[in-house]
Design a protein around this ligand. Sequence first.
Ligand SMILES: Cc1ncc(C[n+]2csc(CCOP(=O)(O)OP(=O)(O)O)c2C)c(N)n1
Ligand SMILES: [Mg+2]
Length: 376
Amino acid sequence: MTVLDTPAWRPRADAAPLLPDQEPYRLLGTPAAAELDPGLLRALYGQLVRGRRYNRQATALTKQGRLAVYPSSTGQEACEIAAALALGPRDWLFPSYRDTLAVVARGVDPVEALTLLRGDWHTGYDPRVHRVAPLSTPLSTQLPHAVGLAHAARLSGDAVAALAMVGDGGTSEGDFHEALNFAAVWHAPVVFLVQNNGFAISVPLAKQTAAPTFAHKAVGYGMPGRLVDGNDAPAVHRVLTDAMNRARDGGGPTLVEAVTYRIDAHTNADDATRYRDDDEVAAWRAHDPIELLEREMTARGLLDDDGRQRAADEAETLAADLRERMHADPALDPMELFAHVYAEQTPQLREQAAQLRAELAAEAEADRAQVAEPRS
Ligand SMILES: Cc1ncc(C[n+]2csc(CCOP(=O)(O)OP(=O)(O)O)c2C)c(N)n1
Ligand SMILES: [Mg+2]
């Protein structure tokens, strides 16, 4: 007798429908692109161009000391923008530190979206206003949060879905496993978007996983896996929109892998030339998300030189506003360090707060004395 003869045993699900396609799903450059809504293409294009300019401006702000760090998503704009546009008004976004563009495309103020990266301890925006969780620096911790929110929404009969974004490196975290397992067991309305950009800082894909694709990991949890060309904005938008609709309609979670590439270094503090070849970067530049979309729109008569210039001008306006507002010094109260740590402060914290308050008062007194008696 083998386990197969045991009446109690049977597979819980047919694995075949959960398997991703062999090739990443594409729309641009295929006959199906002719059916794409011009309004959607225009919206994606404008946001992609503005997003790239935002990345460039934010990186420049790190060099001017206005931002502590900036993880650029240049090359990955199609994933960022398509993710934001695939959300319904009541859905929630759970971003990682690289997903500022998705956060801004969702409607968060471009300056407020940078608060955390500026070094402030605040999130910078009220997560409830646009339904955007804080940008998560600890890898994958946003995933169980997304599952919890989605599960709670389902329990209360609220047709809300959550979209959680994570990198290829983040899939090796325990939180990734726990989130996907709970999501599938609870049938939670959540979509996981893995942006496979080839690297986790200097760790290449080959050292990250031996799985055929990240999308295949879905099968082990009992949810469908979808594979998409992450530089094809309408394709990412289609795949995520379908998955979010499915989640909202009670169909359960989906794992989407978007195959893309990080054109810039990991952050301004990283030198990518130390671990990857220029040839590889050049090959991905030839598969640029903005150029792919431009080609399609130009061929369909939806974009000409004027349209390109208009998009570039709008991007410049955004960058100028970002520059101007980021150059204004924020008014910070050092005493806020002690707020919101505990509902009731510990004796040690009270002592430290008193010490800082005394130091600040002494500094202010010294400043006043200096003003009263200016040095000759
Ligand atoms: C829990 C945790 N461990 C380690 C780190 C340090 N760390 C920051 S980014 C990063 C690489 C993540 O790579 P990936 O998930 O592929 O995202 P990408 O940066 O490529 O967008 C690591 C290891 C961290 N932030 N959090
Ligand atoms: Mg990565």
